[in-house]
Design a protein around this ligand. Structure first.
Ligand SMILES: Cc1cc2nc3c(=O)[nH]c(=O)nc-3n(C[C@H](O)[C@H](O)[C@H](O)COP(=O)(O)OP(=O)(O)OC[C@H]3O[C@@H](n4cnc5c(N)ncnc54)[C@H](O)[C@@H]3O)c2cc1C
Length: 370
């Protein structure tokens, strides 16, 4: 029987399993998918997560594959409203490491214990001898404690339907990772027609995201190409674009007996602002040192505080994501002028430093000392 069973081998479950393995904890990890998830979603890893990933050895491998973003620009109407200087932060890693999520998963998979793929956990039952994870194949896997890192879709393993209040936004976005010039600078164009984000990736590619209104768009490639050209003046060939919508949800608790929840299973924030995976990594990497004393000696002293801190950080990130969502919508000419003027005033003053710290997750409670 493993000491800890991790359900879900997304970035958060893998990071936890890799860290626990380094600490000598006997850990198993399962995932319902037949193989490691493909595609690319989260691209930016901030200093607090990079610092905490050092323990498992993941940080060097991530840094060697990533583009380091030291600087960002908020732009409107062809002008820079304000610069965002990650390279001036007092942080151990004063940059955002940008790489496709598939690369992050590859790094973490190499460090975690082997994932048992194709294992779909359908229920968790707690007894005196630990927690039983029941699988779709009828198997029962027993562990001293279970950490649910199943993302949004596995939330019902822990929470009753309706227990996690969820706000669904009407906004849609188009997104693609494409070859494009632009250097290692992140650009957020807050335009009248809606936001366009352009973030550097390795190998001369960039992540482009454009606000697409509130209706489903029939042809994401054409929409994204036209939106980027119309709003920023940059012509790019787009293939393979996809669309996504956004939700906001923060669970009321992260623990039920010997079951703990981390990552998107417990909280989901809009990708506009790019903090969801980082929040989950910080959940996992601050939980890891508390798990061994808990499962071995029943010492759960730090867990209540961990839960309070992680819920507070998730609520904070969710509020920031709401602001990003509102700022990214289309506006009338007058509202757009007012928005640009207000942003210039705020971001060029003391608000600029506060915004940079918030965006770089320096306000997360796990960021202390990172
Ligand atoms: C377009 C987009 C862009 C984003 N960009 C960023 C970004 O730049 N920065 C950032 O920090 N975040 C970003 N995010 C958010 C980020 O992708 C998520 O927060 C992150 O993937 C959550 O990781 P997770 O491991 O908690 O869950 P997931 O990645 O969802 O992984 C959960 C895993 O659990 C498995 N699973 C589910 N249910 C079960 C079950 N019952 N039994 C067994 N296995 C199960 C799944 O198969 C999956 O492999 C973005 C999201 C989107 C949609």
């Amino acid at each position: 029987m493993p000491e800890v069973l991790v359900v879900g081998a997304g970035p958060v479950g893998l990071a936890l399993a890799a860290d626990l393995r380094t600490r000598g904890v006997d850990v198993d990890i399962v995932d319902r998918r037949p193989a490691v998830g493909g595609g690319t979603r989260a691209i930016g890893i901030h200093s607090p997560a990079l610092t905490l990933l050092e323990a498992s050895g993941a940080t060097d491998a991530i840094r060697s594959r990533a583009v380091r973003i030291g600087r960002g620009e908020a732009r409107a109407d062809g002008r820079v409203l304000a610069e965002i200087r990650f390279d001036r932060l007092r942080a151990r890693h004063p940059y955002v490491a940008a790489l496709p999520q598939s690369e992050t998963l590859a790094v973490l998979t190499a460090l975690a214990p082997p994932v048992r793929h194709g294992v779909h956990v359908t229920a968790l039952r707690e007894g005196r001898a630990g927690v039983h994870a029941v699988t779709a194949a009828g198997e029962s896997v027993r562990a001293d404690a279970v950490v649910v890192a199943s993302g949004w879709s596995g939330r019902e393993l822990v929470y009753r339907p309706g227990a996690v209040r969820t706000h669904h936004y009407p906004d849609r976005y188009a997104m693609a990772d494409v070859e494009a010039s632009g250097g290692p600078i992140a650009r957020v164009h807050l335009e009248r027609g809606g936001v366009v984000e352009s973030f550097p990736l390795p190998d001369g590619r960039r992540r482009l995201v454009a606000w697409a209104g509130t209706r489903e768009i029939p042809d994401a490639d054409t929409f994204l190409r036209d939106a980027v050209a119309a709003r920023t003046g940059v012509e790019v060939d787009i293939t393979g674009a996809s669309t996504f919508g956004i939700r906001r949800a923060v669970a009321p608790t992260l623990r039920r007996g010997r079951v703990v929840v981390v990552g998107d299973a417990a909280h989901e924030v809009s990708p506009i602002g790019g903090q969801g995976m980082n929040l989950g990594l910080l959940d996992a990497l601050t939980l890891a040192p508390l798990l061994a004393p808990w499962v071995r000696r029943g010492d759960d002293a730090g867990l209540a505080r961990w839960e309070r801190d992680r819920l507070a950080s998730a609520r904070h990130a969710a509020r920031l994501a709401v602001l990003n969502t509102l700022l990214g919508r289309a506006a009338t000419p007058a509202a757009h002028r007012a928005r640009s003027a207000a942003l210039r005033a705020v971001l060029r003053g003391a608000g600029g430093a506060a915004f940079t710290r918030a965006y770089a997750m320096r306000l997360d409670r796990a960021a202390r000392g990172t």
